[in-house]
Write a protein that binds this ligand. Sequence first.
Ligand code: GLP
Length: 241
Amino acid sequence: MKVIVTKNTEELAEQALQVMLDVVKNKPNAVIGLATGSSPVGLYKKMIEDCKNNGTSYANIKSVNLDEYVGLGIESDQSYVYFMNDNLFKGIDIKQENTNLPNGKAADMAKECERYTALLNSMPQDIQLLGIGANGHIGFNEPNTPFNSTTHIVELEEGTRRDNARFFASLDEVPTHAITMGISNIMNAKKILVVANGANKAKAVYQMIKGEVSENCPASILQKHNDVVVVVDEAAYSLCK
Ligand code: GLP
C-alpha cells in the first residue's frame, strides 16, 4: 500500500488526479471505477479542468460506479447517477453509453445484481476509486460483509444513513437500502485509489492501513491488494503516526 499524506484537500485532489491520469493517459480505453460522496469531488473538478485545459480525452474510456440507493434514479438529485452526471460526466467527453451504474430502480433487484456482476466481470476496472465510510465501509459494503461478496443489496447502517443525511432534506428521506459492488468486485480492479480527508475518517483510515484484516472493517482487505494508493490529508492520517 502506498500512502500519500497531503496538507489539504486541494493537494489531495491534485495527487489523486496524477494517479488517475497515469491510468487514463497510458490506456485511452481504460475502464475506470468511480465513487460518490464528498471525498472524490475535488478530484472530479480537477479531471474536468484537465480535460478542458490539457485535452485529456475520455472518449474511449468506460466507467463503472460502485453503488446506488435502492429506489432512486436520475430524476432524483440525491441519486448517485445524478451525482455522477452533475459532478463529472457532463464536464468531460465521456460517452453516456460508456458510463455504468447499478440501477436502483430495477424491477427485479436480484437480477440487477447478477447483471452488474456479469458486467464487471466482462470489463474489469483498470483503476477503482474509493472513498471510505467512517465505519470502514467501501462502496456500501458495511462491516461484516463477506470479503468474497459480489454485487448485492445492503441494508444501510443507521450511522451511514446519518452520515449521508446531509445530502437529503431529512434523515427520513435517506433510503434504507442500497445496491453495491461487492468486495470481491472491488478487489478485482488492477489498481485501487482511496481518497479520504478529515478527522472523522481517522479511525477507519487507521484500520484500513494498520489494523487487522477483518470483515469488521471492509477497507482492511485492501492490505491484501498488490496495487493500492491511499491519498489522505493529515487529519485523516492522524492516528497512523
Ligand atoms: C457513501 C458511499 C461511499 C463513500 C462514503 C463516504 O456511503 N457509498 O462509497 O465512500 O459515502 O462518503 P464521503 O466521501 O462523503 O465521506
